[in-house]
Write a protein that binds this ligand. Structure first.
Ligand SMILES: C[S@@+](CC[C@H](N)C(=O)[O-])C[C@H]1O[C@@H](n2cnc3c(N)ncnc32)[C@H](O)[C@@H]1O
Ligand code: SF4
Ligand code: SF4
Length: 349
C-alpha cells in the first residue's frame, strides 16, 4: 500500500484523462458518472470561457482578441452546473487565463464541492506561480499545459515568442510544490512526430505528467499537419512504441494503452467513427450556448440538450477528430469502468 493509504492511491480513476485522485473523490466520480450515464446526462462538459487567445497556433482556429461582451459571468456558470451535473469539467477557450474573473468562474463551478473534477486547459502563456496556487485553492484539480515541442520551436508553432522559456522556468518550479496536478498536453501533428519521445523526456525532466492528443484538420482545414504518409505513420509508431516502453506504476503517461492504440488507428485511417459528441460530452460556448464539440458549430440553448442529441448526435457521421475528450467517452461504460477499476486494483496489488 503506498504511503498515505487509500486516500493517496494513484487510482487511474473514472471516465477521463485524470491523474491521481483521492479515493473518496474517485468513488463520487464513479457514482455521479454512473447516474449520468443512465440519465443520458453528459459525463464531461467543456466550458470555453473565452474565444480570445494570446497565441495564434498553426493548428487552431482561435488566435488574437475576439468580442468578449456576451461572455457568461461567473455566477451564470451555476445554472449550467445545476442542469448538466457533469462529473468532469474542462475550463478551456481560447485562452482561459485571459479571463480576469477566472478564479470566480472556478469557484462557481466547484461550489465548495469535490465534484466536478476540474481540469484547466491552457497554454500557460499568462500563468504565474501565484496564480497557479490561487487556482489550486479555488478548486482546479488538474492543470493541462499545452506543449507541442520540447524547445523554442514551441514559440514558432504558437506564434508566441518566449513561451517555451517561460514554461521551462515556471513548470518545474511549481511542480516542486508537490501537488502532482500538472499534465503536459501534447497535440501530435506531422510537425512534431519526431519529438514525441523527447516531449516525454521533457515531462520527466520537469517532474510532471504527460498526455498525448491527436491533431484534427477540422478546425483549420489544413491537412498538411495530419500525419498520413507511410513514413510519417512509421515515425508515429516508432515513437509511440518507445513511449509504451516507458510506462511505469506511477501512471505519469496519462493516456491508457488502448487510447494510444486507437490514436494510431485514427491517423492510419484518417478518422475514427462512432463519436458521441453532444451526448456523453458537450461544449458550453463563451456566451452560453451548448455545442456538441468545439469543432461543430450547431448551437442549442441550455434547455435544448435533448434536441441536440436528437438532431445532432443521432445523425452525426463526423469522424474527423480523436481529441482526448472523445478518446475516453467513445468507450462503453463497462469498458471505462473496467479500465479504471482494474487500474485501482493493479496499483493496490
Ligand atoms: C483549443 S486549446 C484551448 C486551451 C489553450 N488555449 C491551450 O492551447 O491549451 C485546447 C487544446 O486543443 C489543442 N488543439 C488546438 N487545435 C487543435 C486541432 N486542430 N486538433 C487537435 N487539437 C487541437 C491545443 O493544442 C490545446 O492543447
Ligand atoms: S491552441 Fe490554444 S493557445 Fe493556440 S490558438 Fe488555439 S486556443 Fe489559442
Ligand atoms: S469526431 Fe465528434 S468530437 Fe470530433 S469534430 Fe467530429 S463531431 Fe466533433
Amino acid at each position: 500500500m503506498p504511503e498515505g493509504g487509500l486516500r493517496s492511491l494513484p487510482l487511474r480513476t473514472c471516465l477521463i484523462f485524470m491523474r491521481k485522485v483521492p479515493f473518496p473523490q474517485s468513488l463520487q466520480i464513479i457514482g455521479r458518472g454512473s447516474l449520468n450515464w443512465l440519465a443520458d446526462r453528459p459525463i464531461v462538459v467543456s466550458f470555453e470561457v473565452t474565444d480570445s487567445c494570446t497565441c495564434n497556433c498553426l493548428h487552431c482556429d482561435h488566435g488574437g482578441p475576439r468580442d468578449e461582451s456576451r461572455n457568461l459571468r461567473p455566477a451564470e456558470y451555476r445554472r449550467y452546473m445545476d442542469t448538466l451535473r457533469p462529473c468532469v469539467v474542462q475550463v478551456s477557450g481560447g485562452e482561459p487565463l485571459l479571463r480576469p474573473d477566472l478564479l470566480e468562474i472556478v469557484r462557481n463551478i466547484k461550489n465548495g464541492s469535490r465534484l466536478p473534477y476540474t481540469i484547466l486547459v491552457s497554454s500557460w502563456s499568462l500563468m504565474t506561480a501565484e496564480l497557479y496556487q490561487q487556482l489550486h485553492e479555488a478548486g482546479v484539480d488538474q492543470f493541462s499545459v499545452s506543449l507541442d515541442f520540447p524547445d523554442e520551436r514551441h514559440d514558432d508553432f504558437r506564434c508566441y515568442p518566449g513561451l517555451y522559456s517561460h514554461l521551462e522556468d515556471l513548470v518545474p518550479r511549481v511542480a516542486r510544490l508537490g501537488y502532482d496536478d500538472i499534465v503536459l498536453n501534447s497535440c501530435i501533428t506531422s510537425r512534431n512526430l519526431a519529438e514525441i519521445d523527447a516531449i516525454a523526456d521533457k515531462a520527466r525532466e520537469w517532474g510532471v505528467n504527460l498526455c498525448y492528443s491527436a491533431y484534427s484538420a477540422r478546425r483549420t482545414g489544413c491537412r498538411d499537419l495530419l500525419p498520413a504518409t507511410p513514413e510519417q505513420l512509421a515515425t508515429l509508431n516508432q515513437h509511440l512504441d518507445r513511449v509504451e516502453a516507458r510506462r511505469d506504476g506511477s501512471n505519469w503517461i496519462v493516456n491508457s494503452r488502448s487510447t494510444l492504440d486507437a490514436t494510431r488507428r485514427y491517423f492510419e485511417n484518417s478518422g475514427t467513427p462512432g463519436c458521441k459528441a453532444g451526448h456523453r460530452f458537450l461544449v458550453v460556448t463563451a456566451d452560453g450556448s451548448l455545442q456538441p464539440c468545439s469543432m461543430q458549430f450547431h448551437r442549442f440553448p441550455l434547455e435544448g440538450r435533448a434536441r441536440m442529441i436528437g438532431e445532432f448526435t443521432r445523425q452525426n457521421r463526423c469522424d474527423e477528430c480523436y481529441v482526448s475528450i472523445r478518446s475516453y467517452l467513445d468507450k462503453s461504460f463497462p469498458q471505462l469502468l473496467w479500465e479504471n477499476v482494474r487500474g485501482f486494483f493493479s496499483v493496490k496489488a
